[in-house]
Design a protein around this ligand. Sequence first.
Ligand SMILES: C[S@@+](CC[C@H](N)C(=O)[O-])C[C@H]1O[C@@H](n2cnc3c(N)ncnc32)[C@H](O)[C@@H]1O
Length: 248
Amino acid sequence: MTCYDRTGVTYSLTRRADPRLAAVIDEALGDAASVANIGAGTGSYEPSRTVVAVEPSRVMINQRSATAAPVVQAAAEALPIATGAVDAAMAVLTVHHWADLATGVSEMRRVARRRAVILTWDSAVHRDFWLLREYLPDAAETDARLAVSIETLASLLGDRVSIAPVLVPHDCVDGFGGAYWRRPDAYLDAAVQAGMSLMALTPKALLREGLKRLRSDLDSGAWQRRHADILRESELDLGYRLVVGEFD
Ligand SMILES: C[S@@+](CC[C@H](N)C(=O)[O-])C[C@H]1O[C@@H](n2cnc3c(N)ncnc32)[C@H](O)[C@@H]1O
């Protein structure tokens, strides 16, 4: 039983690949002809060159489409993939759930001949996101506790590593924590809340007061006045980072 066997039941309702983020990930995979998708979930961001997906949660596997890559139920820490079997391994918004990050990344390096592509977030930047800073301090704590250190991740990937910001479009299709930065009403929706770890893994009682205050600030126009600057932006840096390790 994994955490996503409890929280992932409605995942595919709000969590679908955003085409702009998919393009960034696809470009980072470069000319890799074969890809392993680790922590693959329902199959978002999985390019057609994916030859195997690895996912521990049966609930998530059951939401994969019939045309998605073949999936094996397993965890990153013990990949059921032969050494050097694929050109690239990818892991999208999943490393923060791994029980043993170092072993998981070392497994990605073992199975991938050429590169590993990891999308995660930098908690030092993300904690300044208005939702966490102004309304949900307990969710901010959950977020900080879950977050993986970018420096640690980079050091685990070796000595040829690049780290690039991934900006979140204002109409991001994938409902992760920062996706609705310009659509604040969405954070009041129970289905949206269920799809993001920072809310789903924070006790509901600790979210209640902040969400009530957000409702009231939206109704009074206080939120809109305070955030007039971001309402003019089309994309924002909320700390999401693409970390790429090259091996060959
Ligand atoms: C937020 S979802 C992301 C899924 C997918 N990569 C995506 O972008 O939609 C996180 C996924 O990590 C998986 N996960 C949790 N622990 C894991 C582990 N130790 N190894 C591999 N995947 C894990 C969860 O089951 C879940 O499917």
